[in-house]
Design a protein. Sequence first.
Length: 252
Amino acid sequence: MKVNVVIIEDEKHAAEKLERQLAVVDPEFQVLASLDSVKQAVVWLRENTADLVFLDIHLADGLCFRIFDEVEVNAPVIFTTAYDQYAIQAFKVNSVDYLLKPINKYDLAQAIDKYQTYHRQEPTANYSALVQTLKDSMSHYQKRFMVVHGDSIRTVQTDDLAYFFAEGKYAFLVDRTGERYLIEFTLEALLPRLNPDDFFRVNRQLIVSFQAIHAMHTWFKRRIKLELDPPFDKEVIVAAERVKEFKDWLNR
């Protein structure tokens, strides 16, 4: 029997990979739509139904929790997340499955098996309780980061961070003095560890602290150019698709 699936994921390659994995694990799973934002998800879920939803925590225009505030979600949900074990426990307590990124076929097959066994016949779940538990579990953001400086190891307090940037396969932390350190996280893995009130991913390369924004200017095609302190060695332009969310972030 066909299982109609919707994937809500803002990383295009991750959504495409998940769709390919589903086809291999169980060809009966048919992807009806692949959406990348809270706004798209709300519109789609108001007009359509699915048997199963794969839902990323961080979407292009904010946290996925807003979806549950705006539309009733009756289908079982398998969350996909880059969060560490402290958040994963929340999923287990509420009997809703999760997939920790990067997703592998073994974990996906187990999640599908759990859906087939427990949720397909009784698709309702207490998502309001789940969302609150997740919010509570993710309120403890990382307070410091371990970095290697020459042959010594030190920690940098989150309050002393200016921004993070990606360069090729590597990611770096820059503190308020301008010191730069190689770190072991990708930008995707960093986001869940940072308080969204204080940090914003302005484009694919940069996550900036509000305190590091020295000035802002209007730019071509309604984009925004930032001046950072300490300065970044390239132009810092808020990606067009993130401008609205960035303005909302500034207005908090």
